[in-house]
Ligand binder design. Structure first.
Ligand SMILES: C[S@@+](CC[C@H](N)C(=O)[O-])C[C@H]1O[C@@H](n2cnc3c(N)ncnc32)[C@H](O)[C@@H]1O
Length: 510
């Protein structure tokens, strides 16, 4: 993102990264396995969380990550090196004012001149709704000490409120919010809505705090969030009237969208941010996409109700002429869609679909696109067009830009090997493991869970099936003796299917 805004941050593959309030290192360990050439330092006040993270890092053999106990209010003054990226996720709104000062002052002090900071926080106006729910639940659980009892009591009250026929528009909105909260994970509910401190900020307030520490607004981390689509013309006029004031524009977007949460990127106040996005930077990225032509996708059909669609169109072109190239619509599993009649764009998108979960270098996409564009089209023009369309697709959540290729394989090898971190997480019974795409992934069912920990690269499929058969649950082994061969074939097919699923989720290295 910083590159698109004209900055020159360190390449991710060799970056120095600091996380403030890293918890048990869930985020840092996952990054550390994906970027073995980068170095990571995490700090958190909770010694038990740091211990858990250290044990996991040791079990996964991660040597590029260091976790330490420390308080944001007492960050070292000088002793630390400069970090290229300073991250703080799920912390800023949940700590007292003094610690918030420590966080931003520390970010400024320990961030390299071309560095990028990330801070997430609860935002107004959307969080007024959250505050309403928090106040109600806070009152209800006020005398309860035990966390489990607290959660149970909060859930019970929410179920009661959700079941009441709402007599007023406000009550209706609260009811819908609580319906969503009932689907939250225990950790999220506990951390967000039952926490003692949870202070939301208007975006402009947060930026004023950051400015006070000589930090400036760079961008929202997910640039999709800063796009205006499907808003009335008057909103467009209002935004135009704000001119160059990026902070005010973002603030109005929060009003339009009723934002509840933000993930904001900061840079040094002196950094030369250019708000005209530098489309030429696109060729420095590897690109990946999970989008498929509609109809090819598993379980595809109608895109989800909240999906958005963009269409690519060359400047000066009208809608496709009758008898012209057919339109193809590429849709992601989340329902984001892009329609195009341009053969060069179609060729690039198909190349991305074939490569998933791996990323494709821009140069390779350009080869495909140039072939599809035909001999009469100059390569420079194709490159320019491809850069523009990929940027548009990135802003619409259809493609992802990667600063470095994740070390994963799209096809399970002869001796399948899962990432050591994910195996270590599965071995200690974590409900979700970290993929090499930096996502949390749930393993499904007994077979996947038992298979996954065996994937250390020493077993071929036959050995995997044999070992799985040895420790089958009673129910399954009695079925096996009744019809052994077909059961064995079925088991091999299940192992193959699970390995392919693991690969497509970015869990395999070999
Ligand atoms: C919800 S957790 C977020 C952890 C991690 N960043 C994540 O996204 O999973 C908030 C973390 O902030 C830490 N924290 C709170 N106050 C702190 C302080 N004053 N100094 C250092 N860490 C603090 C807590 O111990 C906790 O681990």
């Amino acid at each position: 993102v910083a590159r698109l805004f004209g900055l020159n941050p360190a390449p991710a593959s060799a970056a120095r990264v600091l996380e403030l309030g890293c918890g048990d290192g869930g985020n840092l360990l996952s990054l550390a396995q994906t970027l073995p050439g980068a170095r990571f330092v995490g700090l958190d006040a909770a010694a038990s969380a740091i211990e858990r993270g250290e044990a996991l890092a040791a079990a996964a053999g991660l040597e590029n990550v260091q976790l330490r106990v420390g308080n944001l209010e007492e960050l070292p003054e000088e002793e630390w090196e400069a970090f290229d990226y300073v991250i703080s996720h799920g912390v800023y709104s949940w700590i007292p004012p003094r610690a918030r000062v420590g966080l931003l002052a520390g970010m400024r002090r320990h961030m390299a001149p071309e560095g990028v900071g990330y801070v997430s926080y609860n935002a107004y106006p959307g969080s007024h709704l959250r505050d309403m729910a928090r106040d109600i639940l806070g009152y209800h659980v006020r005398g309860i000490k035990d966390p489990q009892q607290k959660l149970a009591a909060a859930r019970e009250l929410m179920q009661t409120i959700v079941a009441i026929e709402a007599p007023s528009p406000y009550a209706q909105v609260l009811r819908e919010h609580m319906e969503r909260m009932l689907r939250y994970s225990t950790a999220l509910l506990f951390h967000d809505d039952l926490a003692e401190v949870a202070t939301p900020f208007y975006f402009h307030e947060f930026i004023a705090h950051a400015n006070h520490h000589q930090l400036a607004f760079l961008s929202e981390a997910d640039m999709f969030e800063s796009q205006m689509r499907e808003v009335p013309e008057s909103a467009g006029r209002l935004m135009e009237g704000l001119g160059e004031d990026a902070v005010a524009r973002e603030q109005y977007l929060d009003f339009f969208k009723n934002r509840m949460f933000r993930q904001t990127l900061l840079c040094h106040a002196e950094a030369p941010v250019n708000r005209e996005l530098d489309v030429g930077q696109v060729e420095r990225f590897a690109v990946s996409s999970q989008a498929r032509v509609q109809g090819e996708q598993e379980g595809s059909g109608e895109p989800p109700a909240d999906s958005e669609a963009i269409a690519t169109e060359q400047a000066g072109e009208g809608p496709p002429a009758a008898g012209g190239p057919p339109t193809e619509t590429f849709t992601t599993p989340q329902g984001f869609a892009m329609s195009t009649t341009e053969p060069l764009v179609q060729a690039a998108m198909h190349a991305l679909a074939r490569a998933w979960p791996a990323a494709v270098e821009f140069g390779t996409l350009l080869e495909e696109a140039t072939k599809a564009a035909g001999a009469h089209t100059q390569r420079e023009l194709v490159a320019e067009r491809l850069q523009g369309v990929l940027l548009q697709a990135y802003l619409a959540r259809i493609v992802v830009f990667q600063g470095a290729q994740p070390p994963l394989t799209a096809q399970p090898g002869e001796h399948p090997r899962a990432s050591p971190l994910a195996r270590a997480q599965a071995a200690v019974g974590r409900p979700a493991v970290s993929s090499l795409l930096h996502a949390n992934v749930r393993l499904e069912g007994e077979l996947e869970n038992r298979l996954f920990v065996l994937l250390d690269g020493t077993r071929n499929r036959e050995a995997l099936c044999a070992e799985l058969a040895e420790g089958l649950s009673e129910k399954q082994s009695s079925a096996l003796s009744a019809a052994e061969q077909p059961q064995r074939d079925q088991r091999a097919a299940q192992v193959d299917a699970a390995l392919l699923r693991f690969a497509s989720l970015g869990l395999l290295q070999g």
